[in-house]
Write a protein that binds this ligand. Structure first.
Ligand code: GLU
Length: 476
């Protein structure tokens, strides 16, 4: 690719796809079939608000139906447009294939600044949008299952689920029409933080292989690594929090809408999040240096850079100045194809979006399965597991009593061992397993094939191959 003009997000996804398929041997025409978006539905609807009718524009795009239902979030943002929704839908196809979530790819968006509306107004707008989509089967447990994305969360998903249920009063699987719902409306433990958790598990797996760590010019473990995070929304906040609380990382920079914070000694992620919730921005936060020009902090020296906000933030203009040797794309499309080329040449290792932020859809998959099976994970096994463990502990205690007190079991061991796995533990275990296996499949291609320079191309190769096999099996 000759990198002259900055490619748009959609062009970037296509360019990255093309780089990968050039290394594959797909039957003629199949490459084009996989690349294109199957359908995009545009809806314009009016809602009477504040004494007048306001018209809203929304989209639901279906990229690939090689597996159904298709899956992907609904974004609420003023910048939403058809090209963006289609690029995001394509990424969902590859993401689901890579982590073996049995879905095709889809995405939705509504052009709206949600901060300009109160809760009651947002509910009416969301329900109306959901109505328009549901009546065309673009929300449906076996056809198309939305989820949260930027600007939406549990609350919106509960409204969508309820709207679908009102329209389909006899559908026993109605709750499976959308994921990311609150626990009391059919949600699953661990979904809110799933994407951030997935970013943490991805980095843990990366650091398990010394060769990969060395490729990034780093060494050791996650402990003590300096992290800069862009965007302290749901994904960025949880990733930064887990990495600092549980893996010993030091969050030295936080970039937000109104500027950035920097402190070489580390920043308390929870304290900043509370400050942000109270003041609407990071400026004025006392325990770090504030810079209005947030973009500058993206270029600061650190070990791991986590873009967790918008697409295109690392582009041809700033790529050469990015110092981080390792970037993990918690957002979708934060690095443009032009920047990707510059960074690749510099030797920067990028853990690509379709893998890095797949934790969300992975736990969405578990939620959908839970809804279809109508039972909470762990409900049948938990106490049985506990009583079997109790048997072992009782036996061991008998033996240790005979041997003397120096052989007795510690209380902390007993507490951990005797606790049967509940839903949250099972969700975490399933997510960790998924992130490890997907990373290994990507890494094997990266290491084994001399013509694959980077993890992104490896990720595309793994996922396109899976999508292609599905099409082949269907006789296409
Ligand atoms: N919106 C999230 C994503 O981009 C989650 C999608 C889902 O859970 O279906 O992956």
């Amino acid at each position: 690719m000759s990198a002259i003009k900055e490619p748009s997000f959609r062009e970037s996804v296509d360019l990255m796809f093309n780089r990968a398929v050039a290394l594959m041997d797909l039957p003629p025409g199949l490459e084009e079939k996989i690349r294109v978006c199957n359908a995009t539905y545009t809806v314009r609807f009016g809602v009477r608000l504040r004494g007048q009718i306001q018209t809203f524009t929304g989209y639901r795009s279906v990229h690939s139906e090689h597996m159904e239902p298709v899956k992907g979030g609904i974004r609420f943002a003023p910048s939403v447009n058809q090209n963006e929704v289609e690029a995001l839908a394509a990424l969902m196809t590859y993401k689901c294939a890579l982590v073996e979530a049995p879905f095709g790819g889809s995405k939705g968006g509504l052009c709206i600044d949600p901060r300009k509306y109160d809760e009651h107004e947002l509910e009416r707008i969301t329900r109306r949008f959901a109505y328009e989509l549901a009546k065309r089967d673009l929300i449906h447990p076996s056809q198309n299952v939305p989820a949260p994305d930027m600007g939406t969360g549990e609350r919106e998903m509960a409204w969508i689920a309820d709207q679908y249920a009102r329209m389909n009063t006899t559908d026993i699987n109605a709750r499976a029409c959308v994921t990311g719902k609150p626990l009391n409306s059919g949600g699953i433990s661990g979904r809110v933080e799933a994407t951030g958790r997935g970013v943490q598990y991805a980095l843990q797996e990366f650091f398990r292989d010394a060769r990969d760590v060395e490729k990034a010019g780093l060494d050791g473990t996650l402990d003590g690594k300096r992290v800069i995070v862009q965007g302290l929304g749901n994904v960025g906040y949880h990733a930064a929090k887990f990495l600092s609380d549980e893996d010993g990382c030091k969050v030295v920079g936080i970039i937000e809408r109104d500027g950035a914070l920097f402190n070489e000694d580390g920043i308390d992620v929870d304290a900043v999040q509370q400050w942000l919730a109270k003041h609407g921005g990071v400026s004025g936060y006392p325990d770090a240096t504030y810079t209005r020009e947030g973009g500058k902090i993206l270029e600061e020296a650190c070990d791991i850079l986590i873009p967790a906000a918008l697409e295109g933030v690392i582009n041809m203009e700033n790529a050469a100045r990015i110092q981080a040797p390792l970037i993990i794309e918690a957002a979708n499309g934060p690095v443009t194809a032009g920047a990707d080329e510059i960074l690749r040449k510099k030797g920067t290792v990028i853990i690509p979006d379709m893998y890095a932020n797949a934790g969300g859809v992975t736990v969405s998959y578990f939620e959908w399965v839970k809804n279809l099976s109508h039972i909470r994970f762990g409900r049948m096994q938990r106490r049985q597991e506990e009583s079997r463990h109790q048997l072992v502990v009782d036996e061991l205690e008998k033996i240790s009593a005979a041997l003397g007190t120096q052989y007795s079991l510690t209380d902390s061991f007993k507490q951990k061992y005797l606790r049967g796995a509940g839903e949250l533990e099972l969700v975490r275990s399933g997510l960790d397993d998924t992130m490890r296996i997907a990373y290994q499949s990507m890494r094997d291609v990266w290491h084994d094939r001399a013509d694959v320079e980077d993890l992104r191309t490896a990720a595309y190769l793994v996922s396109i191959d899976k999508v292609a096999s599905s099409y082949r099996a269907k006789g296409l």
